[in-house]
Design a protein around this ligand. Structure first.
Ligand code: PHE
Length: 446
């Protein structure tokens, strides 16, 4: 076996980095508000089903493709296609990923910036404003949003510029344990101060009368986004995974951690929302408006509030670095730029694009780009509902039908014959069909 060029040093690093990518705003902000607007338990059940049926097989495929070629997604797709006697044009799947990574980073950073700002807002008094007024006044200020957006992009540039081991590996080893501890503080807080029984039954007692085809699609899209699939982040991190680590076990662990954190976020939020007589279905403003009003009200809220928003920011940062890494890895691997210059240039591109999303909260709130969607929602739509499902579907089709069995067998350790058979079946037939269904449905019927 050839020596791997660039590898994570610590045994747990792949899991920490991939879980860091997966666990993000999607879990702590997106999952609770989507569960809240889709009737709770039934949504959660369908979501779990999607993680297992669609997410896990595609995650395994991305890791195999990345690790077998040890290159960034564009070259990983090209090389593994060539080694399987297929056309090198499969590299366009990698290109799609690079573009979606930058698009997502651009608006993700604006949202993460608001979380950073809220660390301070939740720690201070209301000053006589309602939380709705507070949110409106914060997002009306272009300079405030710009300040936090810039700060967040800068952190990404610094970490990614420092390198895979001294940047990403070092930071995820710090951030992920921190995230877990903060999350436990939040759940304990919710057990003490919240209506925990009601929160539990909201999340776990499925009421199928609430389920519509849209619930199914929203849960599938959420599972996809949450696992960071279809745009190269996991493939890129997989390229740095040591050869002696087991693809199935690590993928299962990452999917498990991602789900665990999403559920814990639900358990941290809903019991206190219920205890304070608020509704779970506020939508995207659930944490910024409803939850903030609880923090402003409850004992030690000025401490618990910042803990929650630090948690959100930490989760966002460990995700956003995985959005920037694939394209930076590509430019430096092709020797077009050094890693540092590539991080600066690509970070600046995402920063610049992010200004459009930032203005969607104020000056451009009436400016529609795609259909009746403003700039931020258009970016979100393009990436999440178009490029990511499309990328995921192509990865599944490629891995299921074109990737050579020799490569797959090398990657899925010997002795895992049953896993090979089951995975092969899912990646060939089930995952691409289901993703195609989400894709077509979201595109044409939403
Ligand atoms: N998975 C991240 C989240 O849940 C978002 C993300 C998507 C990160 C794609 C990287 C790649 O917030």
């Amino acid at each position: 076996m050839s020596k791997q060029s660039l590898v994570w040093i610590g045994k747990w690093t792949f899991i920490l980095a991939a879980a860091g990518s997966a666990v993000g705003l999607g879990n702590i902000w997106g999952f609770p508000y989507k569960a809240g607007t889709n009737g709770g338990g039934a949504f959660v059940l369908i979501y779990l089903f999607c993680i297992l049926i669609i997410g896990l097989p595609i995650m395994m495929a991305e890791i195999m493709i990345g690790r077998s070629s040890q290159k960034s997604p564009v070259n990983a797709m090209r090389l593994s296609a060539e080694k399987s006697d297929q056309s090198p044009s499969w590299r366009f799947v990698g290109w799609g990923g690079l573009i979606s990574g930058l698009l997502i980073l651009s608006f993700y950073s604006v949202l993460a910036g608001i979380c950073l700002d809220y660390i301070f807002i939740s720690g201070t008094d209301s000053g006589g404003m309602s939380t709705t007024e507070k949110f409106a006044s914060q997002t009306a200020s272009v300079s405030k949003l710009l300040f936090w957006h810039t700060a967040f992009i800068l952190m990404n540039i610094i970490i990614i510029g420092a390198g895979v081991v001294s940047g990403i590996e070092r930071i995820v080893r710090l951030l992920m344990p921190m995230l877990f501890v903060l999350m436990i503080v939040m759940v304990v807080n919710s057990i003490i101060n919240g209506d925990f029984a009601r929160g539990l039954s909201f999340l776990f007692a499925p009421n199928f009368s609430d389920v519509t085809p849209a619930t199914f699609l929203s849960a599938m899209g959420q599972a996809f986004f949450s696992l960071s699939l279809g745009m190269g982040s996991i493939m890129c991190y997989g390229a740095y995974m040591p050869k002696d680590e087991n693809v199935f076990n690590t993928s299962l662990t990452v999917c498990g951690l991602d789900t665990l954190i999403a559920i814990m976020a639900g358990l941290a939020i809903f019991p206190i929302i219920f205890a304070y007589g608020l509704e779970p279905d506020a939508g995207p403003s659930l944490v910024f408006i409803s939850l903030l009003s609880v923090f402003w009200d409850m004992p030690f809220g000025n401490f618990i509030g910042p803990v929650f928003f630090i948690l959100l920011s930490v989760a966002a940062l460990s995700s956003s670095i995985s959005l920037l890494e694939p394209s930076v890895a590509f430019l430096s691997e092709e020797k077009i730029f050094s890693r540092k210059s590539a991080s600066i240039i690509l970070g600046l591109i995402a920063w610049f694009l992010g200004i459009g999303s930032l203005l969607s909260f104020n000056l451009w709130s009436e400016v529609n780009i795609i259909g009746d969607l403003n700039f931020l929602n258009s970016m979100d739509f393009l990436a999440n509902q178009f490029l990511m499902p499309l990328g995921g579907m192509f990865v599944a089709i490629f891995a299921g039908w074109f990737l050579s069995t020799k490569i797959i067998k090398e990657e899925l350790e010997p002795g895992q014959k049953k896993i090979f058979i089951v995975w092969r079946f899912f990646i060939k037939f089930i995952s691409p069909t289901l993703v195609a269904l989400i894709f077509i449905n979201q595109l044409f019927f939403s």
